[in-house]
Write a protein that binds this ligand. Structure first.
Ligand code: R5P
Length: 311
């Protein structure tokens, strides 16, 4: 087995390679001055890529990484197919190999556009999933917002979660008495964390008016004097967490923390959140100053499932 990465997830790919006991090879991924990408399997990796199962670790966020992921898969497939001759006469085409190619996606961008909420919209998550699945033998995705959107693609998809590792981190560093899901969508993840830690749990009902406006339905929470952690799949503007934290403080919470898999932290979200919560915990699916939990183990579990199902 071989783990490879482009520009987005080298840190995770290196950790995964250690856990899987195999090599990590960085692929060439850079930008031309006009921002178009250049992607290549280096000559030194060709033989290894042809001879073994390859796992590409790559995000589909920001948009440029969608193109990068697709073109890295394409380049790896060409190498596996034996398309090795270039226009300068270097390399010769040879026979295809049957070794597999899997994709591990720490953060799947566009995951929230998982339905046609309004007539005429693209179901972006599905469209991107279809493109990626046409170029590999299986995909694992970490903490996908709504996994249903990637069901029944042309290649198997497994879903992995870093909530196990997030729960361990919270238990040892914060020791919360109460876990709160800020909306119904995060109930499964947050209740898993509460169960693992062995503490109380509840959820809020959220209505999103627009990207920056959120209303939480008032609810009595038994949080007086409690250390609470709000657990969500992702934090973007931070609005959801700030409103939930206000509700918790009003009801007497002693301390409020936020935890998520994917820390997007858009538009100054960290400074805003710092005014509302006592600390923020995120996985390293996206690089940010709060990524303290490794997502590598969870992604390896997802890859193991893909390989098990294939055999
Ligand atoms: C939406 O349902 C997601 O699970 C998150 O709650 C949401 O994306 C967070 O966004 P923001 O930080 O902008 O409130």
């Amino acid at each position: 087995m071989l783990v490879v990465s482009g520009s987005s997830c080298r840190h995770i790919a290196e950790d995964m390679a250690k856990l899987l006991g195999c090599e990590h090879h960085p692929l060439e991924a850079r930008r031309f001055p006009d921002s178009e990408g250049y992607f290549r399997v280096p000559e030194s990796s060709i033989e290894k890529i042809r001879s073994t199962t390859v796992i590409l670790v790559s995000n589909t966020f920001p948009d440029s990484c969608i193109i990068e992921t697709l073109l890295l898969l394409e380049a790896i497939n060409d190498v596996k197919q034996g398309k090795l001759a270039d226009i300068r006469g270097k390399g010769i085409d040879c026979s295809p190999t049957k070794s597999g190619l899997f994709l591990a996606i720490p953060y799947f961008g566009y995951s929230r556009q998982d339905k046609r909420f309004n007539q005429g919209e693209a179901v972006s998550a599905r469209s991107i999933g279809m493109l990626l699945s046409s170029k590999c033998d299986g995909i694992t995705v970490l903490d996908l917002h709504a996994p249903e959107v990637l069901e029944n693609l042309s290649t198997p998809v497994t879903f992995s979660s870093s909530m196990d590792e997030i729960a361990n981190y919270l238990q040892s560093e914060i020791n919360p008495d109460f876990i709160l899901s800020p909306d119904k969508g995060a109930i499964e993840r947050a209740s898993f964390v509460a169960e693992k830690i062995g503490c109380r749990f509840s959820y809020l009902e959220k209505t999103r008016i627009d990207a920056h406006t959120i209303i939480h339905k008032a609810k009595d929470l038994d949080v007086n004097g409690a250390v609470v952690t709000i657990v969500d799949d992702m934090i973007s503007t931070g609005g959801t967490i700030c409103r939930a934290s206000e509700a918790l403080r009003e009801q007497g919470a002693k301390a409020v923390y936020a935890a998520c898999s994917h820390g997007l932290f858009t538009g100054g979200a960290i400074s805003k959140l710092d005014q509302y919560v006592d600390g923020i915990v995120a996985s390293d699916s996206l690089k940010n100053p709060r990524s303290v939990v490794s997502s590598a183990s969870a992604l390896c579990r997802g890859i193991d499932k893909l390989i098990e199902n294939r055999n």
